[in-house]
Design a protein. Structure first.
Ligand code: SF4
Length: 254
């Protein structure tokens, strides 16, 4: 079956309007494909999300969620992190990797929050990125998920996928954030981020993307990067909704 589409064949010459239309169509398919997309870090307030997001660098959300219940109980406030016993804090977060650097970040974050924001996590980008250990990616996660302020989270999945989709040729995360932001309504940014990341985790893997079992195949200029055979591709699908993902792509359940 010839899957390559006009959009794919003419990707080099795609006008900004065609790109926006194709991106939004893909965004709608992503919404149907991943209705369960959400922030996978467990948290109940902005401070917990800030801490979990800092810990998530070079780790998995699953690992972070194993560590955070004890951590959040032990350090319920910014002041508690500021005054933490370093050895004890390091021990609690050790399974997340890079625990010495992360402990430093958490202690400094706690101190800065107490000093500058009465112990509260601020809900503005300019204030967030001025905090220790906080880049735009972390800030966007916090804004989007704890404050309902739309944000695009450019992690490795996001960067890889939007490159494959030729939504942008940028490689710098901040430039990617702005380029993709231009393609979508602001109100859609946060959920779009979750859906793209879910697609990266479950379908469009770094090595061997499941092209033959992908709902975006018809609109993706990189179709064929991974196996196109439906059975072989179906086996590459990951996560708890493998059967639904296969059905959505019209291929046999693996
Ligand atoms: S899995 Fe293949 S077809 Fe689907 S988005 Fe990734 S590269 Fe494109």
């Amino acid at each position: 079956m010839i899957r390559e589409t006009k959009a794919a064949a003419t990707a080099e010459a795609e006008s900004p309007l065609s790109l926006k239309r194709r991106a939004r169509r893909m965004g709608r398919i992503l919404a149907e494909t991943h209705p369960d997309a959400h922030c996978e870090l467990d948290f109940t307030n902005p401070l917990q999300l800030a801490v979990a997001t800092i810990l998530s660098a070079q780790s998995t959300d699953k690992k972070i969620n194993e560590v955070t219940p004890k951590l959040f109980a032990r350090y319920p406030t910014a002041a508690a992190y500021a005054g933490a016993d370093r050895a004890e804090l390091e021990e609690l977060i050790r399974p997340t990797g890079f625990y010495r650097n992360k402990a430093t970040s958490l202690i400094k974050l706690g101190a800065a929050l107490v000093e500058r924001h009465d112990g509260e996590v601020p809900g503005r980008m300019t204030d967030l990125v001025a905090l220790p250990g906080m880049g735009r990616k972390t800030a966007n996660v916090i804004l989007g998920n704890a404050f309902d302020v739309p944000g695009i989270t450019v992690d490795t999945h996001f960067g890889r996928l939007v490159g494959r989709w030729r939504w942008t040729a940028e490689t710098d995360p901040v430039k990617i954030e702005f380029a993709v932001g231009d393609l979508f309504e602001k109100r859609d940014w946060t959920m779009l981020s979750h859906r793209v990341i879910f697609h990266g985790r479950r379908v469009c893997h770094a090595r061997k993307p499941a092209c033959g079992a992908c709902t975006l195949a018809k609109l993706c200029p990189s179709y064929g990067t991974g196996p196109t055979d439906p059975v072989a591709a179906g086996k590459l699908l990951k996560g708890p909704r493998v059967a639904e993902l296969a059905a959505a792509a019209g291929v046999p359940a693996p």
